[in-house]
Design a protein around this ligand. Structure first.
Ligand code: 0WK
Ligand code: BGC
Ligand code: BGC
Length: 904
């Protein structure tokens, strides 16, 4: 970058002194890149919140978490303090939403007297309150319930949307007793002292935030606000998880960079001139805001003045004469610089301005003065571009986007008054961030609209949150409600065992013992009813259990076809498996995990009762299977038919003798456990135990869960293939949770809380929201990215707020599921403890099922609930490694062992 962009070619200073001064303001491409890199480093250091020397930029989180919808509505008062020199602005902004006609804001500017800017803080805020009243007095508004957004353009620690502590004054302000104070409170106090209006200060924002929020999107979303006014600064939308101080891993947050305080000596030193040092030294805040002092409008005129005074004193300008005006601080303003630099104004205009300064310029003076103005402002625009390029790099990095499309909202008098500033800025940004497609969008009314937007968004978010909370409230179960579920479950278990009317069938399984380790032999096993159908060869030997297995698919037409078709298909799979294992012709004992509610008359005597799944009700399962084998001339020895819960319990029981409960939380849910035979009315005998398949999925089918059932559960039930049945299962298991979430999302959309109130065809499609999405969405890492990707796949119009709310919906639904499941387990283990008359029971639960295994929090929530509701039981959960097929083989092995013993 040999010649600063925009430097007019006619600037060919003859005087070497002028030339030397101009040279000092030239910044090379390498220097700009160094500033870009160093600033980016400071930004990232500040975001990480690392200990050590304070980073050069502050990176202050604001409480703005989303860019505007465009749907915001209402009337707002806006008070702007600190952006534009010594003026204070009050606006009345009417937001009319997307449909409404745009209403021009009304505004009034007040000049803040110098002594107020430098006097006691209370005086400043009283002045502001007086200006507010004066403005409102002439508007046709009442004096009650006015909502105010406060634009306060100084570095502040924000701790709420309406709470913000001033860190330090910048620019031309230095009031006492304000630093370290909440400026919202100071304003509220002043408004109250004034007493004329009742005004609610709803939100406080930095001017950069107002600028960004008031902007219409360009080629991309408008997620950067850039201000070059009296001072300079920018804000942008950062991923919250990258902001260490927030301790928040979701959503985005707007960060006010406060780049004015950037001061890295290595990067800034080489571009600083003697004039910058003098200016800093003579300013209100020496040593602070060094970067701002090279860019901000308050300082550009002063830099020009210092250069001109220097050249005049050296005899290089104005024939060696200065004037008292030229010698006094602050006499050249941004307006003068802009005017003198404007090529269309011509030399006569430069003359006129210089004469106003008490100078008597020659023709060449005017040209050189113009060159000085160009040099100072070009450097400012280039430095500003380097800083903006750092922000763009940051966005590229944090969003993992190679090519970024983004709109930058620009605001401030330097943009408005200075014709070339934006073009130099744009050119330099293109050089420094060539992968970014940036559109610059000027703020229409000085950011006032944006402040009103924040105020409106604050109000809208609060309203949406209330609606979300109301919707999810019925899913948030209290300890008492869960204890009630546990108690009802206990009652239903007791009745079921006694053969009385109960929603729990409590089916005897004829499994009387868990494995004792002495089982031996080779067995075939089938596992049908979960996500997969598996055929297994299980070899039980002295060294342990060896398994070979294969997954076979069951085509949907077969799964929903006749029983005959299903069993024929199963036999085809077995024959194929036997061939592959070199077992053709052998008749190994077979155990069959059949995960549907079955009434068993013996270990191998089963009727499938009504319920979910394939259409083969009321047929003898083993007989059907054997019949199918017979047709295929294959010999088969079906020794045991077991439920998947039983298979799982047996499978885990082989490793752990305490495992006396089996639990499945997958497509469906169910549990089995070892009950005392004396309690089982339908089976003869009083001694020993028998495993009982509770079929707890049907719990509540007699209406006992109606207190907990929400309108969304009712929708899911009504649309299912078995309305009124499996009510407990429909609140817990994988087949239904996605549907519950989808119904809640539909409801929230209809309230306008989600997706901007737009219903989509996709969301109305049944089963579109898979339960595995819940697991993905709730996984701790990548949470929000997953949510967004999933919802975008579903074709939903998505904002960050939406993604957050969907996450909360998923969490509420899966938490309730896990807690209900935990209440069920608590009922079962307490029953076992009481059966055995124990003070404390130590027991293990064998668990399987995709929801339990894949969901990031399900298992720990179940365990926590059990601890809470069954404090006298020490329960260990064992995840089944080998599916329940192994368990079916072990049931077969135990049966064979017992049969052998009887024969002997
Ligand atoms: C794996 C077991 C199978 C059971 C399944 C349940 O081997 O018997 O039915 O877990 O989980 P799902 O596949 O339904 O998620
Ligand atoms: C302040 C910033 C402000 C910027 C532009 C700086 O002096 O510290 O908060 O955004 O000026 O007005
Ligand atoms: C069935 C049970 C089975 C459970 C888990 C339920 O739908 O009725 O028999 O154990 O799903 O797979």
């Amino acid at each position: 970058m040999a010649r600063p962009a925009g430097h007019p070619s006619r600037c060919l200073p003859i005087s070497p002194q002028v030339q030397e001064c101009l040279q000092q303001f030239k910044v090379t491409g390498a220097q700009l890149r160094q500033i870009q890199t160093s600033l980016l480093g400071s930004m990232e250091q500040a975001l990480r919140g690392q200990a050590g020397p304070a980073p050069a930029v502050r990176m202050l989180p604001t409480y703005v978490g989303s860019i505007p919808h465009g749907t915001e509505q209402g009337d707002f008062v806006v008070l702007e303090l600190g952006a534009t020199g010594a003026s204070l602005r009050v606006l009345w902004v009417t937001l009319t939403g997307i449909e409404g006609h745009k209403v021009e804001p009304r505004s009034q500017e007040f000049v803040i007297p110098q002594e107020v800017m430098l006097g006691p803080g209370q005086q400043l805020f009283d002045f502001a309150a007086r200006c507010l009243s004066e403005f409102l007095d002439v508007l046709p508004v009442g004096n009650q319930g006015l909502q105010l957004g406060f634009s306060f353009s100084f570095p502040c620690h924000q701790t709420g949307l309406d709470k913000s502590t001033l860190i330090s004054w910048t620019k031309g302000f230095k009031c006492s007793d304000v630093e370290g104070q909440d400026v919202v409170q100071l304003l509220r106090d002043a408004i109250q002292r004034q007493g004329a209006y009742s005004i609610d200060v709803v939100a406080v924002v930095n001017d950069t935030v107002g600028t960004m929020m008031g902007c219409e999107p360009g080629v991309g979303p408008c997620e950067v606000g850039l201000v070059v006014d009296t001072g300079t600064n920018a804000c942008y939308m950062e991923e919250a998880r990258h902001v260490a101080v927030l301790d928040e891993d979701r959503g985005r947050v707007c960060i006010s960079i406060e780049w004015g305080s950037f001061s890295d000596e290595g990067a800034l030193g080489p571009v600083q001139t003697i004039f910058d040092r003098t200016l800093d030294h003579e300013s209100l805040n020496p040593g602070a805001q060094r970067f701002e002092k090279m860019i901000g409008g308050l300082y550009l005129g002063e830099l020009v003045r210092l250069v001109l005074a220097h050249l005049a004193q050296r005899g290089a300008l104005f024939g060696g004469h200065t004037s008292p005006v030229l010698r006094s601080q602050g006499s050249i303003l941004l307006e003068h610089v802009a005017e003198m630099e404007d090529p269309s104004a011509g030399a006569a205009r430069v003359h006129a301005v210089l004469q106003d300064l008490g100078l008597n310029p020659k023709a060449s003076d005017a040209e050189w003065v113009q060159c000085v103005c160009v040099a100072v402002c070009t450097r400012a625009a280039q430095l500003c571009a380097a800083a903006l390029a750092a922000v763009l790099s940051r966005l590229q990095h944090s969003r993992e986007q190679q090519a970024l499309q983004i709109a930058v909202a620009t605001g401030g008098r330097v943009f408005e008054r200075h014709p070339r500033f934006l073009s130099v800025l744009r050119e330099t940004v293109m050089l420094l961030a060539p992968d970014c497609n940036v559109s610059f969008i000027p703020s229409v009314d000085g950011g006032g609209r944006g402040v009103a937007m924040v105020t409106a968004v604050a109000a809208r978010l609060a309203a949406h949150r209330r609606l979300l909370e109301e919707t999810l409230a019925p899913f948030r179960l209290t300890r008492e409600q869960l204890a009630e579920v546990q108690a009802q479950m206990r009652e239903a278990m007791a009745k079921g065992l006694q053969g009385e009317a109960s929603s729990l069938r409590m089916l005897p399984t004829y499994v009387r013992a868990t494995p004792d380790g002495s089982e031996r032999g080779d067995f075939l096993a089938l596992d049908l009813g979960g996500t997969n159908f598996r055929v297994l060869l299980v070899r039980v030997a002295t060294g342990g259990v060896q398994i070979s297995s294969q997954i076979y698919s069951i085509p949907e037409c077969v799964a929903q076809g006749s029983g005959q078709q299903l069993f024929d298909h199963i036999v085809d799979c077995i024959v194929d498996f036997q061939q592959k294992q070199g077992l053709s012709g052998q008749s190994l004992p077979l155990g069959f995990t059949f995960s549907f509610p079955c009434r068993q008359m013996g270990l191998d005597q089963v009727r499938k009762t009504s319920g979910s799944g394939a259409g083969c009700c009321d047929n003898r399962v083993a007989q059907q299977l054997e019949a199918s084998f017979f047709v295929q001339a294959v010999e088969l020895n079906v020794v045991a038919i077991v439920n998947d819960t039983v298979g799982t319990m047996m499978s885990c029981g082989y490793e752990d003798p305490h495992c006396e409960v089996g639990l499945i939380v997958g497509t469906g849910t169910n549990a089995c456990y070892m009950e005392e035979l004396r309690n089982v009315a339908s089976v003869d005998g009083d001694s020993g135990q028998m495993c009982i398949n509770t079929e707890w999925g049907a719990f509540g089918d007699d209406g006992s869960l109606s207190m907990l059932s929400t309108r969304f559960d009712a929708c899911v039930d009504q649309a299912s293939i078995n309305p009124g049945k499996q009510r407990f299962e429909k609140m817990i298991s994988g087949m239904y949770l996605g549907e519950i979430v989808r119904h809640i999302l539909l409801h929230l959309t209809s309230l306008g809380v989600l997706f901007r109130g737009q219903q989509t065809q996709r969301l109305q499609t049944r089963d579109i929201f898979k339960t595995k999405f819940l697991s993905e969405i709730e996984s701790d890492s990548l949470a929000l990215r997953q949510v967004r990707a999933i919802l975008e796949d579903l074709g939903l119009p998505l904002t960050s707020d939406d993604a957050l709310m969907v996450l909360e919906v998923c969490q509420a639904v899966s938490k309730r599921a896990a807690q209900l499941c935990g209440a069920g387990v608590a009922a079962v283990v307490e029953k076992i403890r009481e059966n055995r008359g124990l003070e404390e029971l130590t027991i293990s639960v064998g668990v399987d099922g995709t929801l339990y295994k894949l969901h990031p929090h399900f298992s720990s929530l179940v365990a926590a609930t059990v601890r809470e509701l069954a404090p006298r039981c020490v329960v260990t959960f064992l995840q089944s490694e080998d599916g329940s097929g192994k368990g079916a083989a072990l049931v077969t092995a135990v049966a064979c062992r017992l049969a052998q013993r009887t024969r002997v």
